[in-house]
Structures are given as C-alpha cells and as structure tokens.
Ligand binder design. Structure first.
Ligand SMILES: *[C@@H]1O[C@H](CO)[C@@H](O)[C@H](O)[C@H]1NC(C)=O
Ligand SMILES: *[C@@H]1O[C@H](CO)[C@@H](O)[C@H](O)[C@H]1NC(C)=O
Ligand SMILES: *[C@@H]1O[C@H](CO)[C@@H](O)[C@H](O)[C@H]1NC(C)=O
Ligand SMILES: *[C@@H]1O[C@H](CO)[C@@H](O)[C@H](O)[C@H]1NC(C)=O
Ligand SMILES: *[C@@H]1O[C@H](CO)[C@@H](O)[C@H](O)[C@H]1NC(C)=O
Ligand SMILES: CC(=O)N[C@H]1CO[C@H](CO)[C@@H](O)[C@@H]1O
Length: 504
C-alpha cells in the first residue's frame, strides 16, 4: 500500500515536471525503509497562463483531493480566469496523455529491469545459500560415512563372531556325525547279525512248511472224505425234499379238510347262537321280575347286576342281586366297600339314589319305598370290620314310608350277630339329610354325623357316615356306626343292606 502511494507520488511529481517543464529541483521522501527522490517543478519563472493549463491537467488526472491539495486550489482559480483556451488545452492534454503513457511504459520497463536485476540478485544469493547448504550437507555426509564405517566395523566384528560360532558349531556337527557313523556301523553289524538269525529262521520255516505240507495232505484227504459225506447228505436232503413236497400235497389236502371243518364249525356256531337266542328269550321275561328273589327262583344263581320292574310302574331299575348269602335272592339297597363314593349328600340324591350297583351305592328312597311296600320284606344288614370279622343284623319285617311321610322307618323282628340289641332306631323315625332335618335333636344329626339316615337324637346307627379307611383311637361321630356291635367308632371295610321277601 505504502509502495503504491509512493509510486503515485512519483507519478504526480513527473506529471508536474512534464507540465511545467524547464526548472527542476530534487526532493527526498522517506517512506519506511525506502527513500524516494522527486523532481518537482519550480513555478517562479513560468508564465502564469501556461502554469494554469498544466496544473489543470494535473487536477483532472489526480485521485481524490487529499494528496495534491495545495496545487489544486490555484489551478481552480486559473480555469475560472481563462475559460477561452479550451481547444489548446485539449491538444495539450492529449500530448500530455501520450507522454504519460510513454512515461508509464518507461516506468514499467524500469520496474521490469529492476525486478530482473532483483531476481538475479536473489538467484545469486540462493546459489550462495545453496552452496553453503551443500557444504553443510557434505560435512554431514562425511560425519555420517564415518558413522557408517564405524557401524560396518561393528557388523564385521559381529559377522566374525558369527562365523567363529558357526565354525564351532561345524566342529560340533562333525563330532556328532562321527558319532553317528559309529552308531551306524554298530547298527549294520546288528543288522548282519539279524540277517544271520533270519536265515536260520528261514531254514526252520522251510522245515516247518515241509511238516505242515504233510499234514495238509492228510487234511485234504479228510476233506475229500467229508465232501463225499456231504454228497451223501445232500442226496438224503433231496430225498427228504421229495418227501416234503409230497407231504405238502398231503397238507393241502389237509387244508381242504380244515376248510370243510371250519364250515361245519361255523354251522355249529350258528346253531349255538340260535340256541342262545332261544335261551335268551326267557331273559326278556326277567325284566318283569319285581326283585332278585324272583330272578333267583327263575333259575339264575349268579350274583350280579339285573334289571327289575317295580310294582305298578313301567320303571325298570338296575340292582345288584346277592344270590349267595343265606340262600341268596337279596336285592341290595346300600353298599360300601372302599369309600370311593361320597355319601354326604342332600335329600334329592337320597330320594333318587346314587352310585353304581356294581360298587358303592344307595338304591334310592323312592325305589326302596315302592319295593318294600309292594309286599312284606325282611332286611339283612351285613357288616365286616377291619380285622375281617363279619356280623349281621336281621329284621323280619322292613319297609319305609313314602316321601310324603319323610321315608319313615319300619323295622321289626330283630335278630343277628352284630349286637344283641337293634342298632336301628324305633319304628316311625323319619329320614334326615343335611338339607332336611327331621331328627329329634335340637342339633342337626345329618350334619353332625354326616350322610342321610333315620336319625333320632341322633341314634345308635348310621351306615351312611364317612368311610374312614384306617382305624384310630379318636372317636369319630361322623363315621360309619352300628353302635351295638362295635360301639361308637366302628371302622368297617364293608357294609351291605339288602332285602328279600319275608316269606322267601
Ligand atoms: C560374540 O557375541 C557374543 C554375544 O553376542 C559374546 O558373548 C561373545 O563374547 C562374542 N564373541 C566374540 C569372539 O566376540
Ligand atoms: C400222504 O398221504 C398218503 C395217503 O393220502 C399216504 O400214503 C402217504 O404216506 C402220505 N405221505 C406223507 C409224506 O405223509
Ligand atoms: C372302589 O371299588 C370300586 C368297585 O370295585 C372301584 O371301581 C373303585 O376304583 C374303588 N375305588 C377305590 C378308591 O379303591
Ligand atoms: C297296584 O295297583 C293296584 C290297582 O291299581 C292296586 O290295587 C295295588 O294296591 C297297587 N299295588 C301297589 C304296591 O301300589
Ligand atoms: C317331613 O319333613 C318336613 C321338613 O323336612 C316337615 O315340614 C314335614 O312336616 C314332615 N312330614 C311329616 C309327615 O312328618
Ligand atoms: C505537453 C508536453 O510536455 N509535451 C511534450 C511531449 O514530449 C515531446 C518530446 O518528447 C515534447 O516536445 C513535448 O513538448
């Protein structure tokens, strides 16, 4: 920037000099490190007219007023004083412009020269510095090469060291190879010894082969004998095969016979079925039997499940018939044996019956009523305790009322082994369940003792109590009870209540 300013100043000075002409005086300007020399025009000996024209030119070309302020004010006045000289002024200006451009070119040339000379200078200095650097590098290289030689000598010594070591190793190896040679010699001796032995063994082998060859011949003769035997055997086998084929023929004839037999058997089976149908026919009639006693009288002697038809009813009921106990013909009303069925139930269950006749069950109060009121029945109560002791209670006359009288109990004519006194309550005791309390206790015996029964208050028996599988010293009021046989705490394994006609 400063440089540009200086150049501009120089240019202005030149312009002034060109415009004013003749008189020149040198001026020095110091700008930073650079000094500039200007030759400025002297105005005293010039005609005022010419001066003004020149300075006018200067005023036009110069940049903003700041720099040549002093020279501007005067030309401004001159212009105003000489406005008629315009044309001449224009010519002058043109030539001045030309001179200016020439001067500028000169300046440019000068600058270029200067630059070139500066470049040369720079080149020269660069060469100097480069040579200095080269020298330095040279010295460096020298020192480095000295270092390298030192290193080389080191390496050399190392290599020497290595070679000496290798020589030592070589010596060792040669020793080792010597040892190996000795060893190999020994081995070869051993091998020759072994080959001697081998030849000896070969001789023995030959001897053995000769012996075995003899034996082999013997074996071959045996083999021939065996082959002959085999041939004979195969002959036998073929003979047997012939027999077998004939026997298969016989067997096919047998099969035919068997087919004939199966036909006859089937015919027989058909006949048997027919017979069964004939024999089944009376069974249909069983449905009209009203209890197990009638079934027994019809000739059936197997205990099991049968259907009976209740009097004045179309209903058939499946019951378990005990055809063995004391002459059989018993229709089972109640049975317990393993506690698999829950007996703590409501009125409706006891009315309709529950469980299966094949296992634990209660036949149902309606059925019991209908059955026992159709004719006179006797009741048999059979008990078995945990030790396997059996006992029974028998009642010559037994029936229960209908639901309208709460299935009241009527049992008379007691006898039996399960106690000297009847464990059933007296005649007229109504039936109670957990949901229908008809007992004569302020308590609810059915809930206290569990199950449905003819409770009084609460009475000496309840065969529908809880089935306790194991005996216990604890007195249980809700277990199965037949007081006059075993006290309040009977642990049964089985109970059965069953009826048959009193006149059986
Ligand atoms: C060779 O070098 C080993 C270790 O590098 C050194 O212990 C031994 O003394 C050297 N031997 C000679 C002969 O320089
Ligand atoms: C085959 O049956 C015939 C008679 O039918 C009998 O003579 C012969 O011995 C039988 N053969 C065998 C191998 O049983
Ligand atoms: C009880 O006995 C019945 C009839 O024999 C049988 O089906 C059932 O599995 C038994 N239940 C138990 C718990 O033993
Ligand atoms: C069966 O019905 C007849 C006539 O209707 C009657 O006389 C008899 O008493 C009834 N029997 C029973 C057990 O209800
Ligand atoms: C039957 O029992 C019910 C209550 O469970 C009672 O109201 C009714 O009077 C009883 N019937 C007879 C005839 O005692
Ligand atoms: C106006 C001015 O200064 N013109 C001059 C230009 O240069 C020639 C010769 O170089 C002079 O003759 C002019 O007077």
């Amino acid at each position: 920037m400063g440089r540009l300013l200086a150049l501009t100043l120089a240019y202005l000075a030149h312009l002034l000099a060109a415009a004013i002409g003749s008189e020149r005086q040198q001026h020095h300007v110091q700008h930073g490190r650079c000094s500039y020399t200007f030759i400025l025009p002297e105005v005293q000996h010039c005609q005022p007219l010419k001066d003004f024209q020149v300075t006018n030119t200067l005023q036009r070309d110069s940049p903003p007023e700041a720099e040549p302020e002093a020279s501007q004010s005067r030309p401004g006045k001159a212009q105003r004083e000489r406005p008629s000289l315009q044309e001449r002024k224009l010519d002058h200006l043109e030539s001045a412009m030309e001179n200016n451009t020439q001067w500028l070119q000169k300046l440019e040339n000068f600058i270029q020269e200067n630059v070139r000379s500066g470049m040369e200078e720079m080149k020269r200095t660069a060469v100097h510095t480069q040579t200095a650097a080269m020298l330095e590098m040279g010295t460096n290289l020298l020192s480095q090469s000295a270092e390298q030689t030192r290193k080389l000598t080191d390496v050399e010594t190392q290599v020497l060291n290595q070679t000496s070591r290798l020589e030592i190793q070589l010596l060792e190896y040669s020793l080792f190879t010597n040892r190996l040679e000795k060893h190999i010699l020994l081995q070869t001796q051993e091998i020759s010894r072994l080959s001697d032995k081998n030849s000896f063994l070969e001789q023995r082998l030959l001897a053995l082969e000769a012996r075995y060859g003899r034996e082999l011949q013997g074996l071959q003769s045996e083999k021939q004998q065996l082959q002959e035997l085999l041939e004979r055997q195969s002959g036998l086998v073929s003979q047997l095969q012939g027999e077998l084929s004939s026997s298969t023929l016989n067997s096919s004839s047998l099969q035919r016979q068997q087919a004939v037999l199966t036909d006859t058997v089937q015919q027989l089976l058909a006949m048997v079925n027919h017979c069964n149908e004939i024999s089944n026919a009376p069974k249909e009639e069983l449905l009209s039997f009203r209890d197990c006693a009638e079934i027994l009288r019809s000739g059936v002697t197997e205990s099991g499940i049968y259907s009976i038809r209740l009097t004045n009813s179309t209903q058939t009921v499946k019951v378990f018939c005990d055809m063995k106990t004391r002459g059989g013909g018993w229709t089972v009303l109640q049975h317990r044996r393993n506690g698999s069925v829950n007996f703590h139930r409501g009125w409706r269950d006891y009315k309709m019956g529950f469980g299966e006749p094949s296992g634990e069950h209660w036949l149902g109060n309606d059925i019991i009523h209908t059955l026992t009121s159709s004719q006179e029945y006797s009741l048999h109560v059979q008990l078995k305790d945990r030790e396997g002791n059996e006992a029974f209670s028998n009642y010559d006359r037994f029936h229960i009322d209908g639901e309208d009288n709460n299935y009241s109990l009527h049992a008379e004519g007691f006898s039996g082994t399960a106690g000297r006194t009847s464990s059933l309550t007296h005649t007229g005791t109504p039936f109670s369940t957990k949901d229908r309390d008809n007992d004569r206790c302020t308590c609810k015996c059915s809930q206290l003792a569990s199950g449905g029964w003819w409770f009084e208050a609460c009475g000496p028996s309840n065969l529908n109590g809880i089935y306790y599988p194991s005996s216990s010293s604890v007195v249980r009021y809700n277990g199965i009870k037949w007081y006059y046989w075993k006290g309040p705490n009977l642990m049964t394994t089985m109970t059965t209540m069953m009826v048959r006609p009193a006149n059986f």
